[in-house]
Design a binder for this molecule. Structure first.
Ligand code: MN3
Length: 198
């Protein structure tokens, strides 16, 4: 059974002005579609065709580089679209906010830590907020790796992922990655993130 490119729950221009429509369209229809097709080609006629993307990723050290790169790319972008919304921004509430305060001191300190992880990830990669069995942690990964992978330095279940590959921001922000990171906070869907935390 082949993996399918997930549809977005909002239009390509819905995250303007924080993320521009052209970037969203190319990112979804070219990049994410490419990872999806390449993943399907990489697992064709193998037993991985019967596994979920989570199962594949958790045992990534056993699989090919093509499965690692494209399986990661498939999973990471699916999560990325889901944790953003045109009605996003603001601050989390409830259990998630309490956990952020407990593990990072305050929401502001969490944002600073996450933004720094995103800004200082050298080259292409992702910044993450992960759940480590109830405890929250911030980390980053290179390329299309993610914290579910058995090869990850810092492991956990991703609840926020921010794509900091240049293809995610270059059309609008050029080399100003920190401005893209600042804008990202305006579109984070905290209701969805809270569901992933539970
Ligand atoms: Mn990307």
């Amino acid at each position: 059974m082949a993996f399918e490119l997930p549809q977005l729950s909002y239009d390509y221009n819905a995250l303007e002005p924080n993320i521009d429509a052209r970037t969203m369209e190319i990112h979804h229809t070219k990049h994410h579609a490419g990872y999806t097709n390449n993943l399907n080609n990489a697992i064709k006629d193998s037993d991985l065709e019967n596994q979920s993307i989570e199962e594949i990723i958790k045992n990534i050290s056993k699989h090919s580089v093509a499965v690692r790169n494209n399986g990661g790319g498939f999973y990471n972008h699916k999560l990325f679209w889901e944790i953003m919304s045109p009605n996003g921004g603001g601050e989390p509430t409830g259990d998630l906010l309490n956990a952020i305060k407990r593990d990072f001191g305050s929401f502001t300190e969490f944002k600073e830590l996450f933004s720094k992880a995103a800004a200082t990830r050298f080259g292409s990669g992702w910044a993450w907020l992960v759940n480590q069995g109830g405890k929250l942690a911030v980390t980053s990964t290179p390329n299309q790796d993610n914290p579910l992978m058995d090869i990850a330095e810092v492991k956990g279940t991703p609840i926020i992922g921010l794509d900091v590959w240049e293809h995610a921001y270059y059309l609008k922000y050029q080399n100003k990655r920190p401005e893209y990171i600042d804008a990202f906070w305006n579109v984070v869907d905290w209701d969805h993130v809270a569901k992933r935390f539970v």
